[in-house]
Design a protein around this ligand. Structure first.
Ligand SMILES: [Zn+2]
Ligand SMILES: [Zn+2]
Ligand SMILES: [Zn+2]
Ligand SMILES: [Zn+2]
Ligand SMILES: [Zn+2]
Length: 590
């Protein structure tokens, strides 16, 4: 039994499969009324990873840096003050009001109960970090766990001494890398594993001293996939002039051409059985998953997930979670957590935000170690169960209806417009970018940047091209970003080079960038495929690729006939890349 439904938000049809109905039944929630993609966008709009604001601690009056803007109306405590037990979030509890939609009541509660300024754990000497833990010496590090001496980074795990990276696991001395693991001294590379001393590698494994290569395995001294002797290689690399932006630009252009003449594997899936999605390792029996690893099992629609089972719809979830649904940054030994954000170690938690080690809570915010609470008010077990049931039916009888007519009953995640963050400051902007006008038209909040009084002292075009020409006083300059705010990258319009950053560029002979940190992050995001799948056929037609650009180097299982294999891929059909199935890719790339 499957059912086609029209999404309330985008009006496109989406399918609910019979396995989905089983899951919703188990969770005691109605089937969703938003399509999977709109649900993802809505969750993302509740997470700000990159924006910081000057704020005042509502407890001490101290000036602090917070993830929440003063305009958000949130009551913000300095992170360390929040974790002290000299205040009681239960004192902000309120009676449920049957005259008002639940979502409006939750929105009011969320603004009143103090929230920590940032969501970090065990960070030492870290500045402008968010959703980060076990980190030392970090600067602008987001959503990362375990690292040291890292700047301008997102989604880093167990890495050191690196800058400008996105998804780096066990990396050291890496720069401008995306989706890289177990590598060191690797620059401008994407989807690589176990590589070192190289520039511009794509889909390479175990390579050392290579420049501008695609799909290589355990090779050394290759440039644009051509082998050289060690001496020839050294001379050639010198000619490429990689310490200048101009040199890098030329290599990048050539590298991009080579990528289009190479084959791509339909998806980056390793050591997994019966899964669809991209960037998946060690998972099983799961569908439409992006960035999932370490034993995700029987799950669907997860992004950025690990160690969990039997769950649907999550972003940044896992670390021991079961029966999780429509949540972000949630899990950590959690059981049955639905419509939650930043809920760790919870059991039977619904519609809650930033609650830790709680049980049986509904519509709560900023609690620790509580049980049987609704809107932060304490009840007995019997009272709780009775009231909870009444609220669920009240949510259906008196739903929240937004300005666009979207109806929020029990079973929907929190509306985007109730997020404590402007849409443009959240992860939603990274994957579903909207202009200021579009954000307002949707009825969401657009967070204006305060009048910036940067006194620009240098234009990006006046930066020295080669690192050897850069003087120490560059760290005093306020440099205008090349995008100058004319993009949808949360561009800060100007930026500075910090001293440790200059040291890094000099140590590895890298030119200084022309873009502000946010624009650099968005440019890195472009190197990855979208969080979306298309059903496609293998583009191997026997001896060559369908477009004739690539000639096979070995005989494939299907002989001279076209490969019959089909798959789900994050390469959209109109894209120019040549996409091969697992078997055809393996036959070519050993
Ligand atoms: Zn939709
Ligand atoms: Zn910028
Ligand atoms: Zn930009
Ligand atoms: Zn094939
Ligand atoms: Zn083939």
């Amino acid at each position: 039994m499957q059912e086609s439904k029209q999404c309330q938000n985008c009006k496109q049809n989406f399918t609910i499969e019979s396995e989905d109905f089983d899951f919703y039944k188990k969770m005691e929630v109605p089937p969703p009324t938003f399509c999977p993609e709109c649900r993802m966008q809505r969750r993302f709009a509740w997470r700000n990873e990159r924006a910081f604001f000057r704020h005042k601690c509502a407890k001490t009056g101290k000036n602090i840096i917070a993830a929440f803007s003063p305009e958000s109306g949130m009551t913000v405590y300095d992170r360390d003050e929040w974790w002290k037990d000299d205040w009681d979030p239960i004192s902000y509890g309120r009676e449920y009001n049957f005259e008002k939609p639940f979502f409006l009541q939750f929105k009011e509660l969320l603004k009143t109960v103090p929230v920590p300024s940032v969501f970090n754990a065990r960070t030492v000497n870290c500045f402008y970090t968010q959703h980060t833990g076990d980190f030392k010496n970090g600067y602008l590090v987001m959503a990362s766990w375990g690292g040291e001496d890292v700047s301008y980074a997102a989604r880093v795990q167990r890495s050191k001494d690196s800058m400008d990276v996105f998804v780096l696991i066990n990396g050291e001395m890496c720069y401008e890398c995306v989706g890289v693991s177990k590598s060191y001294k690797l620059f401008f590379s994407c989807n690589c594993d176990g590589c070192d001393n190289s520039y511009f590698l794509y889909n390479c494994k175990g390579c050392s001293s290579c420049v501008g290569c695609v799909n290589l395995r355990n090779k050394s001294y290759y440039i644009f996939n051509v082998p050289y002797s060690k001496e020839e290689y050294a001379a050639k690399v010198k000619e490429l002039n990689l310490s200048s932006r101009e040199g890098l630009h030329r290599v990048k252009e050539e590298f991009e051409k080579l990528k289009l003449h190479s084959i791509q594997k339909f998806a980056n899936i390793t050591n997994s059985a019966n899964v669809t999605g991209d960037n998946i390792s060690n998972c099983s029996n799961s569908r439409i998953m992006f960035d999932a690893g370490n034993g995700v099992k029987d799950c669907k629609y997860l992004q950025n997930a690990l160690e969990m089972n039997d769950s649907y719809d999550g972003y940044g979830v896992g670390a021991g979670a079961e029966l999780l649904y429509e949540s972000f940054d949630t899990g950590v030994r959690g059981f049955r957590e639905c419509f939650c954000g930043i809920v760790y170690g919870g059991i039977d938690i619904f519609y809650s935000y930033n609650c830790h080690n709680c049980k049986n809570c509904f519509g709560c915010a900023n609690l620790q170690k509580k049980e049987y609470c609704i809107l932060n008010k304490q009840y007995s077990k019997e009272e709780y169960e009775m009231l909870r049931a009444k609220i669920v039916s009240h949510m259906n009888m008196m739903p929240y209806i937004d300005t666009k007519g979207r109806i929020y009953k029990y079973g929907e995640f929190f509306p985007v417009e109730f997020s404590p963050f402007g849409y443009n400051k959240t992860v939603a902007q990274e994957y579903f970018p909207l202009t200021r006008e579009e954000i307002k038209r949707e009825g969401y909040v657009y967070e204006d940047d305060k009048e910036r009084n940067y006194i620009i002292t240098k234009a990006w075009s006046d930066l020295p091209d080669d690192i050897s020409k850069v003087e120490d006083n560059i760290t005093n300059e306020i440099i205008r970003c090349k995008h100058g705010g004319q993009c949808e990258h949360q561009c800060s319009t100007a930026f500075k080079i910090i001293p440790t950053e200059l040291q890094f560029y000099r140590r590895f002979n890298l030119p200084i960038p022309e873009l502000c940190p946010n624009c650099r992050h968005y440019e890195r995001l472009k190197q990855r495929n979208p969080l979306k799948l298309w059903h496609r056929k293998c583009q191997c037609v026997g001896k060559t690729s369908e477009n004739g650009v690539y000639t096979n180097t070995s005989r494939h299982q299907h002989g001279e006939e076209s490969c019959p294999n089909e798959f789900e891929t994050s390469y959209a059909p109109e894209r120019p890349e040549i996409v091969y199935c697992e078997q055809c890719y393996q036959a070519e790339v050993m």
